[in-house]
Design a protein around this ligand. Sequence first.
Ligand code: ADP
Length: 296
Amino acid sequence: MELRIRNLSKTYANGVVALNDISLTIPTGMFGLLGPNGAGKSTLMRILATLQECDRGSVFFGDLDVLDDKDEVRRLLGYLPQDFGLYPKVTAYEMLDHFAVLKGLSHRARRREVIDGLLQQTNLFDVRNQKLGTFSGGMRQRFGIAQALLGDPRLIIVDEPTAGLDPQERVRFHNLLSDIGDERTVILSTHIVSDVADLCSNMAIINKGELLLTGATQQLIDDISCKIWARFIDKRELSYFQQRHTIISTRLLSGRTLIHAYSDNDPGDGFEEAIGDLEDVYFATIAGRHVAEACD
Ligand code: ADP
């Protein structure tokens, strides 16, 4: 089901404009909301999860008025917040059982069936009787997904879920998210470009409360592919190149400095045509250099 956000704005009491007139359509499947820290992602996620009020705007999930009919939204919502507290002395099974009762799963045998299924799905069945306080970061996040999936939600919101996970756990978590994203609307908020590149067929980039770019991820990559130019430099030459070109990224590759320039035409100066990727889309957009426009 489609989530339609229209003209959503939120200014905090201290004057910070966290969201400025955001309009965004989020289709079924995995949707990546990408932006640096402070962009407004959590504010948007909390408003969608009915935990915070906006100042202006509307949000519809199918026919459901998300800002107005909060009880109904909560029934079909699964939410994994950025920081969630767990009771360290309670086991994974006991905690899920408690949440399941709160979700209205009153029939004991049915509850057990649902919880066992979720524990299997999130690869936590073998540690179900372990106390949550003993869980690693990755296990905690998978547990967070298990609790978010209780009640078979149609809309799932996960806020910065992979920050702090080691590479192996990140892959495991990505696989879990991609499994649940097939028939549901899953919004993944993150500042990690590869989370979106790996998982999300549609995406948006926000910064300083503004929506900068939205579309199908592959299309956005295709649109930038003809505009990215690369070369290795000595790092002492960086300011020379920055003065003459639009440098959107600087990274180290095997100890050498690789820079990417953004240009409609060959910038000369030893640059070679590069294959643009989602990092290029992200950096060029955040730098205010790029708006979606197809290559010829
Ligand atoms: P993100 O999740 O992208 O890091 P946030 O939505 O947390 O962004 O924050 C957006 C902006 O709003 C930031 O400048 C942040 O400092 C500010 N902000 C967030 N929460 C509050 C609050 N409760 N009161 C005042 N300012 C806030």
